[in-house]
Design a protein around this ligand. Sequence first.
Ligand code: KG4
Ligand code: ZN
Length: 323
Amino acid sequence: MRVLGLETTCDETAAAVVSLRADGRGEIEANEVLSQIAEHSAYGGVVPEIAARAHVEVIDRLVGRAMDRAGIGFADLDGIAAAAGPGLIGGVLIGLTTAKGLSLVTGKPLLAVNHLEGHALTARLTDGIGFPYLLLLASGGHTQLVAVRGVGDYVRLGTTVDDAIGEAFDKVAKLLGLGYPGGPEVEREAGRGDPERFDLPRPMLGRPEPNFSLSGLKTALRMEAERIAPLTQTDIADLCASFQAAVVDVVVDRTRVALRGFRDIAGPPAALVVAGGVAANQTIRRGLERLAGEAGLRMLAPPLPLCGDNGAIIAWAGLERLR
Ligand code: KG4
Ligand code: ZN
């Protein structure tokens, strides 16, 4: 079984070919990703109109490149998948319409994939784990704790009531004059800063529902920054380290609460899985590894190139649906 997957919901144009191996895991035969970061960075965020135009300019060439890299023709595919949302509508239309066109011409089934399902099933592509598992999905647009019970069988245990975690990293970066996307920049600064210098709040800590709130933390950081301005390099590093430490505490606490509720609705979890762009953060990963260790669970995080948006996770989700 082999599926072509297209991803165009945000600022990556991506096409990939994934096939099913005999051991149940996926094999990535091609994974072409074109980032638009350079086109958006002057604006400090993704500009939907620029994104849509950039997708439409490269999508067909990128599909060709993925097919060449995999060394296959359209006849060798069993399905054509595209992320059908959620996302910026201009981008979604381009990926989905391209997939529909290819599906019509080749007669192969079209697989409309929810972008979040792509992130949710990545650990099965890479590690072949069984259901059920607890997923922390943390990206620029979403922060959710989900009980993954099967393909298409998801129970959301918690979510953010305001900003997504990645969004909070991006906003903090912007506030401190760092580049976009903010996550990697804040993590780099945090690496040389003092996480205890600023006593920032841990919103939602100890609450019985595993929800998140990030906007108050971001505001507290802004007030500290304004209080001590003008900022030195050390101030920026210390602010980033203190912010990241607060986020890790919140993430670990919220995930611990979700693990408690998990058993009642899904039985014993096979693993704790983290996915989405924020899963690239090493300090957050270490916090979750500690938590998984306490609970006697495996912690799985996709390899870095599969944390962010890409076509392989969409192709794999399409393949799981087709199967
Ligand atoms: O999954 P993704 O590539 O796109 C969305 O679907 O949003 O996630 C991108 C988000 C951005 O907000 C980015 O700042 C964040 O993931 N991110 C990070 C790190 N790398 C990327 N956040 C914290 N630490 C990182 N190392
Ligand atoms: Zn994503």
